[in-house]
Design a protein around this ligand. Structure first.
Ligand SMILES: [Zn+2]
Length: 271
């Protein structure tokens, strides 16, 4: 497969009028699939709507730890459970733990994470998780919840080699994004992580704080991450794209079937 997969974005947060051109730019960069992750019930609904609108877009659903306003209500849990059954939903994301000083109560976050892992389990969805300043607790909960049975990816990974080892020991993969272009410590870690344990993402969202619109991160930039990884690994970019796409499809498992079909369709049309 010579097309890449951007396993985690928030392009639902962009102006809808901006999306067709952005998706064209990503196709031109050989990005075959873009996964949009919700951060609330509402944005998860938007992610599913986008997946139903655009051929290259698929959805992930979930409530981001920083967006929790209290324990997950039974209404929210029911809404997420229903969304999780949509055939174009391929993962539970963005869920996890965030222990920045202004983040919600840690017990509330843990309960929300466990509830959402349970929804993932019931729907055979892998978990693409967020962990900021909360790595030990997050990895403890994932182990406790037997994440290896679901499959998972550490989203926007910027951790140490020890963290990477723990993630891989859990049967999960490392998701690399644009920090790989500039963080030398992360580059050293990436060199040591087997290519079979890496997936790629951009975490794209609107960045009005950047003066030039051209500088906003977009799904097309997954190609920059792939190129950097190829340089670090001393292999070809096509090898990186081929392997990380394979890894993403393995991660998504049964629920990734619509992506597999769509990539085959795109490859057929390209050949
Ligand atoms: Zn994200």
């Amino acid at each position: 497969m010579n097309l890449s997969i951007d396993i985690h974005t928030h392009i639902d947060q962009h102006d809808p009028a901006d999306l067709p051109a952005m998706l064209e730019r990503s196709s031109a960069a050989a990005v075959g699939t873009i996964v949009v992750a919700g951060v609330t019930v509402e944005s998860s609904q938007k992610a599913v709507a986008l997946a139903n609108k655009y051929e290259t877009v698929f959805a992930a659903v979930g409530m981001h730890p920083q967006d929790l306003t209290g324990p997950i209500s039974s209404e929210d849990e029911a809404a997420l459970s229903l969304l999780a059954t949509d055939p174009l939903v391929v993962a539970m994301s963005e869920i996890g733990l965030d222990y920045q000083p202004t983040s919600p109560d840690h017990d509330v976050q843990e309960e929300a994470l466990r509830i959402q892992i349970d929804i993932a389990r019931r729907n055979k969805l892998p978990v693409i998780w967020h962990m900021r300043d909360a790595t030990p607790d997050c990895l403890r909960i994932l182990r406790d919840e037997r994440i290896n049975e679901l499959g998972g990816a550490a989203h926007y990974f910027q951790g140490s080699w020890d963290d990477a080892t723990t993630v891989m020991d859990l049967g999960c993969v490392i998701s690399l994004a644009k920090p790989l272009l500039r963080l030398t410590e992360l580059q050293e870690v990436a060199k040591r992580v087997p290519l079979e344990s890496i997936v790629l993402e951009t975490d794209s969202y609107p960045q009005p704080f950047k003066k030039s619109r051209d500088k906003w991160t977009e799904p097309k930039d997954v190609a920059l991450v792939a190129a950097k990884l190829a340089e670090l690994k001393g292999c070809s970019m096509s090898e990186v794209v081929h392997q990380t796409t394979d890894n993403a499809l393995t991660l998504l498992g049964e629920r990734g079937t619509p992506i597999r079909d769509q990539l085959n369709h795109l490859n057929l049309n390209a050949s």
